[in-house]
Design a protein around this ligand. Structure first.
Ligand code: PLP
Length: 413
């Protein structure tokens, strides 16, 4: 970073500040992680200089001798990792990947059926503020108010009623494994395509500690930067018969040139994700989520669905007498970074909801195990139970800073 320092001291200082923040705080945002130094290096490489509109062997600019090899390598590794028939690695991120799938199969006004945003779905699954809800007719399904679990019977009824062209499975804040075979049945029964958006749990699928949607879904999208621990980007996987439609939708449908630096970094991340080390990492992510969940349940926290089967926890703080936003802010001051989150059937507004969401992907990358998670649970409890106690909050922030020194984060010196 010597050059940034010379050219732009302001950005250099800010980079260092962010690096320090990522080193000193316990990052529990469920969509975040620490990529390896190798992934960072590929991301920051000269590949950013090259334009490559099109696909390997069929580009619109010359000079693709190296780029084609990089993209083919990324594709092959993703195919091997997930067992997919066809892979497109060019999506800039998760949202454009989902948009490309809609463009491939839908006309404006066609119906999609996705999980409701406040029940753990993503904006791009048909939320009214998103293009997915504005340009298409979006219907939603959700969780049972009684159990907090996905209500498959209600989903089936909704699908039979509204006959969507696409059913979207997948979530950003649902702590349970979903039943892909059941989704497949419902899609078949109602004549819909099945899109599984596994952005959050793709790393767990790659590590073999979570069921794979690949055998069941027509199309699977995923970001590459969450539990999968790669660069910021996304891939789309599909059955061979949809390959041409998907590729055409990504380019020229909604994008121009792919970000070749990201493609190379994805290839690196996929290679890493195929190792035994990564498998162990993903098992630890789940063990850590269990340890944190147990500690918090012991402390009287109200976990949606009562626990977790993946890397994330959703907590309703209503009983604790604090809002999600207030809790998130004081936790951040204490060195515990989380996001506030709506809980199912939330009586509060989305910008000041009742819950917080926690994830274990990032802390596991820096070596936290069950013991550390129990300590994290203790800290969360102390802060949330007595949020006005500024002294205690500041003391925990100091403790966490020195605690973190024992767990150097990948990619940070
Ligand atoms: C994070 C996420 C996305 C969107 O990813 P971006 O890269 O932020 O556009 C899409 N779907 C789900 C389920 C997600 O969790």
């Amino acid at each position: 970073m010597m050059d940034v320092r010379q050219v732009d001291s302001q950005i250099y200082d800010l980079l260092r500040q962010e690096e320090q923040r990522q080193a000193d705080k316990i990052r529990l945002i469920a969509s975040e992680n620490y990529t390896s130094a190798a992934v960072l290096e590929a991301t920051g490489s000269i590949l950013t200089n090259k334009y490559s509109e099109g696909y390997a062997g069929k580009r619109y600019y010359e000079g693709q001798q190296v780029i084609d090899q990089i993209e083919n390598l990324a594709i092959q590794r993703a195919k091997d990792l997930f067992g997919a028939e066809h892979v497109n690695v060019q999506s800039y991120s998760g949202s454009p990947a989902n948009l490309a799938v809609y463009l491939a199969f839908l006309s404006p006004g066609d119906t999609i059926l996705g999980m409701a945003l406040p029940h753990g779905g993503h904006l791009t699954h048909g939320a009214s503020v998103s293009i997915s809800g504005k340009y298409f007719h979006a219907e939603s399904y959700g969780l049972s108010e009684k159990t907090g679990l996905l209500d498959y019977e209600a989903l089936r009824q909704k699908a039979m009623e509204c006959r969507p062209k696409i059913i979207v499975a997948g979530h950003s804040a649902y702590p349970r494994i979903i039943d892909f075979a059941l989704y497949r049945d419902i899609a078949d029964e109602s004549g819909a395509l099945l899109l599984v958006d596994m952005a959050h749990f793709a790393g767990l699928v790659a590590g073999g500690v979570h069921p794979s949607p690949i055998p069941y879904a027509d199309v699977v999208t995923t970001t590459t930067h969450k539990s999968l621990r790669g660069p910021r980007g996304a891939i789309i996987m599909c059955k061979k018969e949809y390959a041409a439609a998907i590729d055409k939708a990504v380019f020229p449908g909604i994008q121009g040139g792919p970000h070749n630096n990201i493609t190379a970094a994805m290839a690196v991340a996929f290679k890493e994700a195929a190792t035994d080390e990564f498998k162990e990492y993903t098992q630890q992510v789940i063990n850590n989520a269990h340890a944190l969940a147990e500690t918090l349940v012991e402390k009287g926290f109200d976990l949606i669905t009562g626990g977790t089967e993946n890397h994330l926890l959703l907590i309703d703080l209503t009983d604790k007498g604090i809002t999600g936003k207030a809790a998130a802010q004081v936790l951040d001051a204490a060195g515990l970074v989380v996001n506030y989150n709506a809980v199912p059937f939330d009586k509060r507004k989305p910008w000041d909801p009742s819950g917080i969401r926690l994830g274990t992907a990032a802390v596991t990358s820096r070596g936290f195990k069950e013991e550390e998670m129990r300590q994290v649970g203790e800290w969360i409890d102390t802060v949330v139970t007595d949020p006005e106690n500024e002294q205690a909050v500041a003391a925990i922030a100091e403790d966490i800073k020195s605690f973190c020194k024992g767990f150097p984060a990948p990619g940070i010196n």
